[in-house]
Design a protein around this ligand. Structure first.
Ligand code: G6P
Ligand code: MG
Length: 218
């Protein structure tokens, strides 16, 4: 049987955690007198925790000590985890299980490819962990997207050639990472934002099983 490697980003693709990242960053920014907007939050999609805090400090024209930086990172994550603790399978984005189940039925290998260090607990909370053959997340990489490292490791775990991997991503950095890895990139979100992707859909309800089957047959 034809096998392709299907790699999914987590935040914004499988679950909408951007709203929780926003609340946690907003609270943190407020505590150091920095204003934080929804537009800025958009720019943090796919961006690692360290890089996100660096950006927020730059927007607010603030410099802090390394000790304070570490403390703020911890504080943000504690706040974020308090939202995650309340998550359940209702927070899975529409038709994600439909696509995952189709891939499983067709015996296609599936990996997560996320920048988040909280990926495993989130997948557990929404009851999807068992659908994945491999989990590659922020704990496994040293280079953040748009560096392709996370997807290269995922392909290796799945034992699938790079050009036979398909990546689902909602962030520009993620789409760029997939393209650099020579994988097929599928943008989930707005066309104006994700125009570098090979295919773009606003969400998984727009993706038919026949489209997935074509990818498998390629
Ligand atoms: C994803 C999100 C980012 C987040 C990053 C790290 O890429 O889109 O907004 O900053 O993961 O997440 P973490 O859970 O490790 O803080
Ligand atoms: Mg994402």
């Amino acid at each position: 049987m034809n096998k392709k490697g299907f790699i999914f980003d987590l935040d914004g693709v499988i679950v909408d955690t951007a709203k929780y990242h926003f609340l946690a960053w907003k609270e943190l920014a407020k505590s150091i007198d920095i204003d934080f907007t929804h537009e800025q939050n958009e720019q943090l999609k796919g961006v690692s925790r360290v890089k996100s805090l660096e950006k927020i400090l730059a927007w607010g024209n603030k410099t802090i000590s390394e000790t304070q930086f570490k403390a703020l990172m911890l504080k943000k994550n504690e706040e974020y985890l308090s939202y995650i603790a309340k998550m359940d399978d209702k927070e899975i984005l529409p038709d994600v299980p439909k696509i995952l189940n189709y891939l499983i039925q067709k015996e296609q290998p599936i990996s997560l490819g996320s920048a988040s260090k909280n990926a495993r607990p989130i997948l557990e909370k929404v009851n999807l962990l068992s659908k994945f053959n491999a989990i590659v997340d922020g704990n496994d990489v040293s280079n953040a997207k748009p560096d392709p490292e996370v997807f290269l490791i995922a392909a290796k775990h799945l034992n699938i050639k790079l050009e036979n991997c398909i990546v689902f991503e909602d962030s520009v950095a993620g789409v760029q990472a997939a393209n650099t890895a020579n994988m097929i990139s599928i943008g989930i979100g707005k066309k104006e934002v994700l125009h570098e992707a090979d295919y773009i859909f606003s969400d998984f309800t727009e993706i038919e099983n026949s489209f997935i089957q074509e990818l498998i047959n390629r």
